[in-house]
Design a protein around this ligand. Sequence first.
Ligand code: NZQ
Ligand code: ZN
Length: 388
Amino acid sequence: MLGNFSYRNATKLYFGEDAIDHLSEELQKYGKNIQLIYGGGSIKRNGIYDEIVKILKDNGKNIIEDGGVMPNPTIDKVRDGIRIARENNVDLLLSVGGGSCCDYAKAVSISVNCDEDPWEKYFERMEEPSCEIVPVGCVLTLAGTGSEMNGGSVITNNDLKLKVGPVFGEEVFPKFAIMNPKYTYTLPQKQMVAGIYDIFNHICEQYFSGEDDNTSDYIAEALMKSVVHSSLIAIEDPEDYEARSNIMWTATWALNTLIECGKSTDWMVHMIGQSVGAYTDATHGMTLSAVSLPYYRYIMPYGLKKFVRFAQEVWNISPDGKTDVQIAEEGLEAMENWMKTIGLTMNLTDLGATKDMIDGITDGTFITDGGYKVLTKDEIREIIRSSF
Ligand code: NZQ
Ligand code: ZN
C-alpha cells in the first residue's frame, strides 16, 4: 500500500541539445550580479564556459567568478563562496558543472543571509534554512547525482573527517536546470560510469525497503532497466545521443523525490559510501560500487522477497526450478557482472582506502532505519571489512 504523501517539484527543467537557449529567459528573472560557480576547469576546456559567459554578457550581467569547486566540496570552500556572495551582493548562484558545483551552490545559497555557522546549522544540527535564500540555477555537465532537481547538498568537513548530505525542502531546489546531454560527452569514462552507478544506486536505495506492491517500485524497475541498457551502449560509444540523454534523464528521476513517494527508503550504501568519501576523497559513485555487493548480500535474507523480484524484473533471471535464495543470488550476480562490465571500482583498496581506516569509516557512518535491517556498528564494520 502506498503511504500518504504530498508531491511537488520546484525545479523547471530545460532538456535537450538546445536547452541553453532558455538561459536568457531565465536570467531575466534575476538581478544583475551572477556568481558563476564551476569546478576545476573542464568547462573551460570543452567550451561551455565561453558559451555561458557570452550569454551572461549579452544579458548585461555582472559576472562574479567562483571557480575551483572540487569534487566532494568542502565546508572551507563553502565559507569562501559565502564571502564572495556577500561581498558582491549576488542575485543568482549559477552552477555550471556536476553535482559538486550544484550542491556547493545550494550550501552557499542558504548561508549568505544567515549569521549562524553553516556547518553547525545545516550539517550538524540538520536544520532547515531560516533566512532569505539566494536562488540557484544549474547548467548540468555530469549525469548522476540528481542534484539539479533536488534539495540535497553533500559537503565534506576535512577536519572532522565527515561527509554529510542533508536534504532540504523545495525552496532550496535549483530554480531551473539546463540539461544538454551533449555537455556530458567530454566526461572521462571513469566519471561517466561513476555517475551511472550513482543513478542505479539511488534507485536501489529507494527500492530495497518495504514489501508492498506500489507504483513507486514499478517506476524504479523501469528506471533501473533503462540505465543498465543505456550504460552498455554509452561505454561503447560515449557520443550515442540516445544513450546519453536517457542516462541524463534517468539520473534526474532517480533522485528528484518521485520514487520515494509513499514508501520507506534505505540509504545505507550512501551512508557507508559517504564515510568512505570523507576518508579517501574518492569519486562518489565508486565509493558506492565498492561497498554495494557486500551490503546487499548481507541484507538480502532480510528482504528476500524484494531481491527475488529485483532478480526477475530487472535482470530477467528465470525462476524455474530454483529456490528464492538462488533466484535472489543470481540477481545480485547479474548486477555484479554488469558493474564489472562497465568498469566500476569493486573494492575499497582500489579507492586508496587502507585497513587502518576501518574503525574511522565505521564511526563516520550514519545509521538509517528505513531498510530491511537496521545495522549495528559491528555489522557496518564487517561490511566495510569485506569490501576490501
Ligand atoms: O571540476 P571539473 O574540472 O569541472 O571536473 C569535474 C570533476 O573533476 C568532471 N566533470 C564534470 N563535468 C564534466 C567533467 N569533465 C569533463 N567534461 C564534463 N562535462 O567530473 C568530476 C566530478 O564532478 P562532480 O561534480 O564531483 O561529480 P558528481 O556530479 O558525481 O557529484 C558528486 C558530488 O555530489 C554528491 C556526492 O557526494 C559528491 O560530493 N551527491 C549529491 C547528491 C544530491 N545532491 O542529491 C546525491 C548523491 O548521492 C551524491 O552524494
Ligand atoms: Zn549518490
